[in-house]
Design a protein around this ligand. Structure first.
Ligand SMILES: *Cc1c(COP(=O)(O)O)cnc(C)c1O
Length: 245
């Protein structure tokens, strides 16, 4: 019955077909939102957040061409990265990183979206130095003020800038945030506008070796609004897995 709804080639499973269709639809929505904000689809990077699904779904995403994959829990990221080590996936950590998990996390990730304290930044710097590599991070900003959320308060961030120059093995590339749970679409838009203004202000004042171009904001419920307000990275989870059991 359901098979008739999709163009399925013989090797593709239902889950793979559904994920491919969902992914295509998200890409179309990203492209329209980018266009509305005078940008190109290629100016906005999609990170598929896979915390609700297993290794097979991640493999299906990769097969459909989506290779930037985000996880919110470090241990789950390690587990999936190890299981999928042959897939050339670029892993993003989008959730809180405890300092005792820095060592196991760095070898897997291309970007940590959730640097939320100076102590964590220093731990990442030490470990990256030990590995002889550079780690790219975003500063997580708690724009909504939800006490349950991690992140720097917006007015805390400017005073961090001078310290960023001391981090030799951490490349701070921008900021990340989530809209407040109770903000609603218009509240989310106001928060995204505020984040972009913060990013622009930081960019003007940051040390010369730091470039704060990235703005990681927008999830399944609000990624189009985030793009309209300047997001360069959106983190989409549940919308990619709609219609699956
Ligand atoms: C889960 C999660 C997402 C994706 O959320 P959806 O609403 O499922 O799209 C994005 N960012 C972070 C930090 C998350 O934890």
């Amino acid at each position: 019955m359901l098979q008739a709804c999709f163009a399925i080639d013989s090797d593709e499973t239902m889950v793979e077909a559904r994920i491919r269709e969902n992914l295509n639809r998200i890409h179309e929505r990203i492209a329209s939102a980018a266009q509305r904000s005078g940008r190109r689809a290629s100016d906005v990077q999609l990170v598929a957040v896979t915390k609700y699904v297993g290794v097979d779904e991640v493999r299906a995403l990769a097969a459909a061409g989506c290779r930037d994959i985000g996880e919110s829990r470090p241990q789950e990221l390690w587990r999936k990265a190890e299981a999928l080590s042959s897939e050339s996936i670029r892993w993003h950590l989008v959730g809180h990183l405890q300092r005792n998990k820095v060592r196991n996390t760095l070898p897997h990730v291309v970007l940590i979206h959730s640097a939320d304290s100076e102590r964590l930044l220093k731990s990442i710097d030490r470990e990256a130095q030990r590995l002889g590599s550079k780690t790219r991070v975003l500063l997580e900003v708690n724009v909504s003020g939800d006490t349950a959320k991690h992140g720097f308060a917006p007015d805390e961030v400017p005073s961090l800038l001078p310290q960023l120059a001391d981090l030799k093995s951490v490349e701070v590339c921008g900021i990340m945030a989530m809209a407040g749970l109770d903000s609603g679409p218009e509240g989310a838009r106001r928060e995204f506008v505020q984040l972009r203004a913060l990013r622009d202000q930081l960019r003007k004042n940051c040390p010369s070796q730091v470039s704060l171009d990235e703005l990681s904001m927008g999830m399944s419920g609000d990624f189009e609004i985030a793009i309209e307000e300047g997001a360069t990275i959106v983190r989409v989870g549940s919308a990619l897995f709609e219609g699956m059991e």
